[in-house]
Design a binder for this molecule. Structure first.
Ligand SMILES: Cc1cc2nc3c(=O)[nH]c(=O)nc-3n(C[C@H](O)[C@H](O)[C@H](O)COP(=O)(O)O)c2cc1C
Length: 162
């Protein structure tokens, strides 16, 4: 009996621990949503949409209008648009965090999401990913690392050509 228990304990110790992955994303017009769905499939990950309490209208997204909602938010580093539903990030070890590039960086709703979950995200692996018109993800990566230095950021992915 003792031997059997020992054998079972050893077998359990040799089994690889299952690493759980979440793909959390915000998408205003569906491009990042499609990229996120592919990413989740590739990594056998759960998918989570970060939804604004108030959806963005086409007028809200007009970057040529200085008075549009997106322009006002991106002009205000402290803007934190509210999110419809909380995310339970506790079960995950690795989290992909996706967004469209707005004004070179992430939309402020990503700040809201990160700050809502800051304590629970400590020690977890975070991988930013983005879609864009033409910009790279480099500026967003620098911004995220600088703004949230306590988090464990990995290199970001630009998923435009998918
Ligand atoms: C307010 C706003 C700002 C944007 N700023 C940039 C930018 O700085 N660089 C860029 O390449 N694309 C920019 N874009 C284009 C989006 O990043 C691109 O269309 C993205 O794929 C949209 O993703 P979504 O459909 O998931 O919202 C911007 C779009 C909006 C609405």
């Amino acid at each position: 009996m003792k031997r059997l228990i020992m054998a079972l304990v050893c077998a359990a110790m040799m089994m690889p621990m299952e690493s759980k992955t979440l793909v959390a994303y915000f998408s205003a017009t569906g491009t990042t949503k499609a990229a996120a769905a592919k990413l989740a499939k590739e990594h056998n990950a759960q998918l989570w949409e970060i939804e604004p309490s108030e959806p963005y209208t086409a007028a809200d997204l007009d970057w040529r209008d200085e008075q549009s909602r997106s322009s006002k938010e991106m002009n205000d580093a402290e803007a934190r648009p509210s999110i419809k539903q909380c995310t339970d990030v506790t079960p995950y070890d690795t989290l992909y965090v996706g967004f469209p590039i707005w004004w070179g960086i992430c939309p402020r709703i990503i700040n809201t999401w990160l700050e809502n979950n800051l304590d629970q995200l400590a020690g977890k692996t975070l991988i930013p990913f983005a879609t864009s018109g033409s910009s790279g993800i480099g500026e967003a990566e620098v911004y995220l690392k600088k703004t949230y230095p306590s988090l464990k950021w990995q290199k970001g992915l630009l998923l435009n050509k998918r």
